[in-house]
Design a protein around this ligand. Sequence first.
Ligand SMILES: N[C@@H](CCC(=O)N[C@@H](CS)C(=O)NCC(=O)O)C(=O)O
Length: 253
Amino acid sequence: MSDVTLYHWEPNANSGKPMLALMEKGVEFDSHYLDLLNFDQHKPDYLAVNPQGTIPAMTHGERVLTESTAMMEYVDEAFPGPKLMPEDLKDQWRARWWMKFIDQWLAPSFSMIGWSVFIGPAVRKKDPKELEAAIDRIPLPERRTAWRKAIYGTFSDDEMAESQRRVAVGIRMLEDALSERKWLACNSYSLADINGFNSTYALPLSQPDLANDEKTPHIMEWLRKIYERPAAKKTWAMGKTDMVKRVQLLERS
Ligand SMILES: N[C@@H](CCC(=O)N[C@@H](CS)C(=O)NCC(=O)O)C(=O)O
């Protein structure tokens, strides 16, 4: 038994960030899988760990850590293994710039599209009364709203168009950055790459017209290089649903 427990869902978006950081550092951890589609994150056992009812969360001894990007920085500092935050100050700034941009501006748009096309349809076939009771148990009002919109298909056209616009802008920015340097923040693999990969690994499938070998060769090469890392292979092997199989698109033929 390890003194680190990670409460996570599929290696994807937020859960994948600490999973991949722990794997890169070679930190042993106990995996506690929560089925997001079964609302496990709002059940009392987990709310005792993270009262906000969002995934992921991590315990290290007595410490409880939430917020996936801050957790990655903690993991990088707290454990031995390869450094995942660059040494150089300017590179650190760039890593944090990208993580902030992705977390705050780009990932919410990926999330809205994902919740609209995948999460909502995946749960809306459940009993309507059970679903309403499940929504009522969600602690954060903003998450209740997101669940309602996903389940009842009520993200507005304007919201969806804005998300799609942001995704297109973000893809362009990533392609430009990766044509200047090998990795997102500097010339070595960093937390910024881990963060970015988790939001974008399925782009060739979800946005095939915007992200492909012709239009975004640098993004494609970056995604493939990250997926080739043993830590990424091990992390994605921990997925339990078909969702994570999307990563296999990155296998070189
Ligand atoms: N800013 C938080 C966001 C956590 C978050 O919203 N996670 C999503 C999964 S990617 C979640 O728990 N959704 C389930 C829900 O809202 O019920 C982080 O980065 O850890």
